[in-house]
Design a protein around this ligand. Structure first.
Ligand code: ADP
Ligand code: NI
Length: 222
């Protein structure tokens, strides 16, 4: 079953999403920092789930197509992935034009994907549209819970970080939980994402507690 098989999408929108899935898979095929196609597809799926629940709760219609496209493209122009972000923006924009996207839709997509990154958002505090808030929540949900733990260690290994450094706390994957991952549940925009985050958050807390307790059990034999 294809994830976007929702009633709200037109045939053109569905076939565009199939094309974009292929495009992104190719764009990210050399990524080993936790932004691979599987992360992207999870964010797309979570975005769709959040949208459907939020629509039911708020009795408001969100632009599902804009949300799904933005979820697919949310990491592709990030400076963690590409060196020349302006050139990549041009390229992605031309690609969307080739799929017959209107200029307004392309602008709306860029408005979202340029603003959802944690770092950039913290610096500029830019406002997100309702659609952007959903994609941001989905991206943040994929950074926490069991998958979040997996991604943090995967990223840490990619950056040659130690797992834990209890003397210099600035370095090490465990520190990242305190710097970012434990804070995410309180930064979520939607009620739906907040509910989904609870189980994921609790499991990270349990994990770090157990990690530290095992770490401290090691006794030197010399
Ligand atoms: P995204 O752009 O998908 O929101 P990031 O690029 O910020 O995510 O990070 C990708 C993944 O790597 C996330 O799961 C994040 O928690 C993890 N990560 C980012 N920075 C660090 C770090 N310094 N140490 C460990 N994990 C990290
Ligand atoms: Ni992401």
């Amino acid at each position: 079953m294809v994830i976007w098989e929702a009633k709200m999408l037109t045939d053109w929108q569905k076939s565009s999403l199939v094309d974009i899935d292929n495009y992104i898979q190719n764009e990210l095929k050399n990524d080993f920092s936790g932004h691979d196609i599987e992360h992207i597809r999870r964010v797309v799926f979570l975005s769709q789930q959040i949208t459907e629940k939020e629509q039911a709760i708020n009795r408001t219609n969100y632009d599902l197509f804009l949300i799904l496209v933005s979820a697919y493209l949310h990491d592709v122009i990030d400076d963690k992935i590409v060196t020349d972000t302006e050139a990549k923006k041009e390229e992605v924009s031309h690609y969307l034009q080739s799929l017959n996207f209107s200029d307004t839709l392309i602008d709306d997509v860029f408005l979202i994907i340029e603003r959802i990154s944690f770092r950039k958002n913290k610096e500029k505090k830019q406002l997100l549209t309702n659609e952007g808030k959903i994609v941001q929540d989905a991206d943040r949900l994929d950074a926490i819970g069991a998958i979040g733990i997996g991604r943090a260690f995967y990223y840490g290994s990619n950056r040659k970080q130690p797992m834990y450094d209890d003397e210099k706390n600035s370095n090490g994957v465990i520190q990242h939980f305190y710097d970012k991952l434990f804070l995410l549940k309180d930064k979520l925009n939607t009620e739906t994402a907040k509910m989904m985050a609870e189980k994921r958050h609790n499991m990270m807390v349990t994990f770090v507690k157990q990690f530290k307790s095992e770490w401290n059990e090691k006794t030197p034999f010399f």
